[in-house]
Design a protein around this ligand. Structure first.
Ligand code: UD1
Length: 419
């Protein structure tokens, strides 16, 4: 199994271009099923999750070519409405195929995503909304969801919680539905805006993304071919900011939209980082030692992202003083803490709350990534630690960071992959 070996103590310095967003590209790849035509998607990160999505597209009959961060998908040849069950286990987001396949073909079969390492991953909000749009759903014990609707109907949907995945699934299902759909208490994440932009290029009329009410005009018959460039990955950007912060480095990030990372910028400033923001660029220099932050709560956008919680715990683990981080989104998202303890961190867990007493320095250790962002946190800790850190099980990290060692080495990290 692959691992990353890091020699800590280097101050990171230099420029990085931030890749396209994983969470934006995944629903957009699923959306390509809708037009029965050609889709050219640029700035697509070469991640494991993207490769799985492409496998699914091929399995249902699309012709796909992926070269130099551009994916070309021809969905005119789709000949199956079944997403094979094994993909649901490999990647929870495969549930996002439910909306577009159902919308275009009137039926879809997708594996139930079940739970995962960071906690249960219910899809009740997705299914409740689709039922309201006229879908008959059989959620069979074997873990496969069969869904059918002769004709989906637009609906006024009030989400109990602003779920990112449910918002996206409803937007996609609404495209061929009869009549308009409104999603209230919708997720406001920037990735939803990117999906709206993609759908509008296809000829669908969608508005309101980025606010809590999204309006999709249904009744589409013929949709256009699309060319679209994916927005930057705000979590990857935040991770590199934390890398500069934890090493006292000085890094410029390019190809970003600063307002998408306001919550991260604000917390990084609070812990002593100096940050200058330009149009599509940001420069961050880390302090000699970070300052503790009284309390951070993970929240839906525009709050502090749960996908940055682990990286922030790593940063706070070497801060001067005690910080508290409350995880309000996922139940079991502190698996990195046990590993950080092995590196000399002083962290106490109390349910969804982590109390982090900053230590002067961490020490290199043999640790294991247990999930994607937790794995990134261990890499950050390794960059700051004294001596050598080995991060095992990096398949989790590869799901969300494109060759992370190459990017970090480019700004001066001593890091290598061993297979
Ligand atoms: C997306 C992101 C993930 C991020 C998360 C929260 C993608 C591919 N993944 O995941 O990186 O961590 O948003 O920002 O974009 N919930 C329900 N019922 C549902 C759906 C969700 O109870 O039907 C709950 C979940 O258990 C969780 C919370 O709502 O506690 C947030 O989930 P959601 O916003 O749906 O996250 P994902 O779309 O799965």
């Amino acid at each position: 199994m692959s691992k990353l070996v890091i020699t800590g103590g280097q101050k990171l310095k230099g420029d990085l271009v931030v890749d396209g967003s994983k969470n934006a590209v995944l629903p957009i790849l699923a959306a390509t099923v809708l037009n029965g035509g050609l889709n050219v998607i640029k700035n697509c990160p070469g991640l494991k999750d993207v490769h799985i999505m492409i496998e699914i597209l091929k399995k249902i009959g699309c012709k796909v070519k992926f070269e130099d961060n551009t994916v070309i998908i021809d969905s005119s040849t789709v000949n199956s409405t079944v997403v094979p069950e094994e993909y649901a286990v490999e990647m929870r987001s495969s549930i996002i195929f439910l909306g577009p396949i159902l919308s275009r073909f009137g039926r879809a079969t997708v594996g139930h995503p079940g739970g995962c390492d960071i906690g249960p991953r219910p899809i009740d909000l997705h299914l409740k909304a689709l039922k309201k749009m006229g879908t008959r759903i059989q959620d069979i014990q074997s873990g496969v969801i069969f869904s059918e609707a002769e004709k989906l109907k637009g609906a006024d949907i009030q989400l109990d919680y602003p779920s990112v995945g449910a918002t996206e699934n409803i937007m996609l299902a609404a495209v061929y539905a009869e009549g308009d759909t409104y999603i209230r208490n919708a997720a406001k994440e920037p990735e939803i805006i990117d999906l709206q932009n993609f759908l509008n290029k296809m000829g669908v009329k969608v508005s309101g993304a980025g606010t809590s009410v999204i309006h999709i005009v249904g009744g589409n018959t013929k949709l256009n071919d699309v060319e679209h460039a994916i927005i930057f990955d705000r979590i990857v950007a935040g991770t590199y900011m934390a890398a500069a912060g934890i090493t006292g480095g000085s890094v410029t990030l390019k190809n970003i939209i600063p307002e998408h990372i306001n919550a991260i910028i604000s917390n990084m400033r609070e812990c002593g980082c100096r940050i200058n923001v330009k149009k599509s660029e940001l420069h961050i220099s880390g302090p000699a030692r970070p300052k503790a932050i009284d309390i951070i709560r993970t929240l839906p956008y525009p709050g502090f992202p749960t996908d940055m919680q682990a990286q922030m715990v790593a940063l706070m683990s070497v801060a001067r003083g005690t910080s508290i981080i409350v995880e309000t989104i996922f139940e079991n998202r502190f698996m990195h803490v046990e590993e950080l303890l092995r590196m000399g961190a002083d962290i106490k867990l109390e349910g969804r709350l982590a109390v982090i007493k900053g230590v002067k320095r961490l020490t290199g250790a043999n640790v294991a990534a247990r999930d994607l962002r937790g794995g990134a946190a261990l890499v950050l800790a390794g960059l700051a630690a004294e001596g050598e850190t080995t991060v095992n099980d990096i398949k989790h990290i590869d799901r969300g960071y494109e060759i992370i060692e190459k990017k970090l080495a480019q700004i001066g990290a001593l890091i290598r992959r061993e297979v």
